[in-house]
Design a protein around this ligand. Sequence first.
Ligand code: F0G
Length: 468
Amino acid sequence: MSHAHQACLNPNCAATYDIGQILTGCPACGHLLDIRYDWDQIQVPSSLEEFEARWSNRRNPLDFSGVWRFRELLPFAPDEQIVTIGEGQTILQQNDRLAKQLGMNADRLFLQYEGLNPSGSFKDNGMTAASTHAHMVGAEMTACASTGNTSASLAIYAGVSGLFQCVVFVGSGKIAYGKLSQALDYGAKTLQIRGDFDDALARVREICDQHPIYLCNSVNPFRLEGQKTIMLRVLEGLGWEVPDWIVVPGGNLGNCSAFGKAFQELLHLGLIDRVPRLAIINAAGAHTLEQLVNSHDLAWNSGDLDASTVGDYYQGMDARNERANTLASAIEINRPVNLDKALRAIAVCDGVVRSVPDQEIADARAMIAAAGFGCEPASGATIAGVRRLREEGLIGADDRVACVLTGHQLKDPDLTVAYHSTDEALRAKKLTPNGVMETPHANSPVVVDNDVAAILEALDLPAAIPGQ
Ligand code: F0G
């Protein structure tokens, strides 16, 4: 018997549903759903250290997975139905070089590099969980809308497992080539909607409501269960100590929501004794959460949310015909579906929200890469956010900060190449329209004639000395 169920997030409704049901919202009131557990019926390790023993048993795919080796903390699936492709082998790396650039002390700044996942982004943490639930309920067709990484991730799980077909909806011209190429390569039926992500998500939800297609976007509550484990690996990397800050980019707000839920549950289970603060970083061109929280005082309020504040804000956006616009295409989202859950995470983790312009995102991305970690633009928002919060004095020089680098550098090489390029036409096309006017961290390629003397000159080396 399962000790997990689905529950409506809205405390005034609080309806519960069996985990065998395929739901992406509460049928009674339309709010988001959570997966909840009867913890007193479940055997959970008495300390987080106990999970370390799993590594010695890593020939078992469930103990190898960086998600399922924590399976007692997301106990909704029987072991034999878990769909895993070896996700979550990711690392937390201390980066003193970057810390110094941000005016932080050594041994204080950490990067959680989720680009090492099989499909190159953190999405695999969630997709293994959604695929598992899809398998549990016998889904034959799955779907998602995506700014690119969710589609790559769903496509790889469908392709490797062979358990279900998949169709992915992407906005036309709104997806980085690396990600589009993955969906195509892994065999997903790929629909390029004439519209942006917000449009694509609205359409895929309509279609999944009307047909037996299993939706894998982060409104799927099972997906977020897998994403909780990113925080478990951060804690593991810190010897199970809780950092002062977790910094994460915010798009559809699934990841930050999952992090808040993870810490709430760990605290409830007595596995940690305090929670870190959470900083969610929006791109300035897609800053709905930041605006609602900082300029419209929207807060979780124990689940009693002021829906009219959100409704008015969305109406205003529509009236101005405002569409999300950022070079960090992964987080180019104006109607984040997990807004309510993100507000809860902010309440649980005493969180803050900031937005950063594309100039700062592009510079931070280049700084992270120069310090040894290639990541995509959205992930650059983390370090741009830390810089802001350092300037404000909210993050102290001695605070221990873990930034989640959500996607791999090779997902979006266009921006990287344009940033380093001296080709004015390329820069004018890719950078200038989004306000990236300077490239202080550029490392431009040197064009040189196919000639040894010219090459030596370019290298600042003297002409070859005969006999040497
Ligand atoms: N970083 C990357 C690299 C992403 O791909 C996304 C989301 C985010 C951050 C934001 O995470 O949505 O949980 O707040 N990408 C989605 C997609 C929307 O379709 O791949 P979030």
